[in-house]
Design a protein around this ligand. Sequence first.
Ligand SMILES: Cc1cc2nc3c(=O)[nH]c(=O)nc-3n(C[C@H](O)[C@H](O)[C@H](O)COP(=O)(O)OP(=O)(O)OC[C@H]3O[C@@H](n4cnc5c(N)ncnc54)[C@H](O)[C@@H]3O)c2cc1C
Length: 542
Amino acid sequence: MPEFDVVVAGAGAAGMTAALTAARSGLRTVVLEKAPVFGGSAARSGAGIWVPNNDVVLAAGVPDTFAKADTYLAAVVGPEVPAARRRAFLTAGPRAIAFLQRWSPLRFRWMEGYPDYYPELAGGMPGGRSIEPEALDANVLGDELAHLNPAYIPTPAGTVVYDVDYRWLALIARHPRGVAVASEMVLRYLQLAARGQNPITMGQALAGGLRAGLLAAGVPVLLNTPLADLHVEGGRVAGVVALVDGTETLFRARRGVLIGSGGFEHNERMRKQFQAEPIGTEWTVGASSNTGDGIEAGERAGAGLALMDDSWWGPMIPLPEGPYFCLSERTLPGTVFVNASGRRFVNEAAPYSDVVHVMYQGDHFPAWMITDQDYRNRYLFKETAPLLPYPQAWYDSGAVVKDWTIAGLAAKIGVPAAALRATIERSNAQARAGRDTDFHRGDSAYDAYFADPTNTPNPCLAPIWLPPFYAFRIVPGDLGTKGGLTTDARARVLRPDGSVVPGLWAAGNASAAVMGRSYAGAGSTLGPAMTFGFVAGEDLAS
Ligand SMILES: Cc1cc2nc3c(=O)[nH]c(=O)nc-3n(C[C@H](O)[C@H](O)[C@H](O)COP(=O)(O)OP(=O)(O)OC[C@H]3O[C@@H](n4cnc5c(N)ncnc54)[C@H](O)[C@@H]3O)c2cc1C
């Protein structure tokens, strides 16, 4: 029977960080991974990481402090999240980043200019305090590279693309920096390739770097080995029952078990049980193996659950190739969201979680994003360059609808034509005046990040006037779920009465988020997942 000090379930952001921390503290550690690949959603992600006041941003000259971050986070998450957990995150976060830069090949860079999501709140940073991985040489992974979960949207071959490049790429036909950034992406690649490197970035770099850290620390990551249940002995979690070639096998854990098995985004039954219609499993972009197994196992062992009705929401376009998390496309000027009544209902440029919260609160289903040919001529849309037609498959699937008149478009999407016309006329007048007095799009520095600085008088607002007109179907999707096992400031799993489940720790989307129902800035899921993985690893060793 395999026996370790620490057994970790899930080789994603939380699990691999926890395993590395435990191993570097001298504990014999194993990671059990359900999928035939490692990295989970983390490998698919943009890998923005929100960990305030870390060495990387301080070295870049960002004027961050613990006090500023504490004030800001308290205002963003509200009273639902205990102050002790919030502060544990802010205290341990910078240490976690320093630890990873010491014990893995990961190096991080400031996401310069990417604002906090509520930058006007006290302690908020309009210039941003998020970080992302530097390009990683995938050669450090050796044969393990073949087992890295692929990216959600792979970057073009022969380029090195960072998160912060997307804003400029969208503006390639509008702003000289768009062309400059595109050339830089190729140049970076050529420089690294000339040194014999195979550069990867964003989530691929994050998951690859964590895995490389585990390789160096001698921690086995067993693929195709799902946690089936927790093993409890004398009231204490003492191991994991996992399936090895389909056979139940007990992995004993002398110190304890860390659940890092992600959310339940792909579990239809749990979606229906805990969340509201119309959500199901088809609009998430999270890793397909995230089906809430660890949350259910923890609950069977006595754990409490919280935030199960919430998610890391984002408005998606249900494209035939899969749900598309539209970010700059929704925020660039020349779009409005309308509901079935043909009326606007939200600031289209608001943080993605907020947009979907508003959709749910007002029952704004179905919803559509209305745009025109002027918008098509100006901006990149997913991979479709400005001026080019949208792919025919998008029309065939019903994800996008086109017509030469607003009335014709209204008829095709089933909204009242007079109302849609009135909506467009009103938002056009506001765009020309440069002020959205209805939903305040453009009032926050956040709204302007994925906007068009060359557009006047307001970079966030443009009229919709040039036929043909387009309507994109908008559905409430997510990056994954954010509800799960309740934990304390040491990442120990708690029962509903607040007592500790002995031997059990949890981090990442298997645990209820320290962000509560909010999203503080780019990286608000990965920052806490990695930090509480680190906290758990240290606590297991203490
Ligand atoms: C396209 C995309 C972009 C994103 N961009 C960002 C971003 O820029 N910044 C940010 O903060 N967040 C981002 N996210 C969200 C972020 O990736 C996740 O919230 C984060 O990875 C959660 O970390 P985790 O460790 O909890 O789960 P994951 O990273 O998903 O890892 C969970 C792992 O557990 C495994 N597992 C599941 N069940 C079992 C089982 N029974 N036994 C063993 N293993 C199991 C899974 O296979 C998976 O490998 C993005 C997500 C996506 C999909």
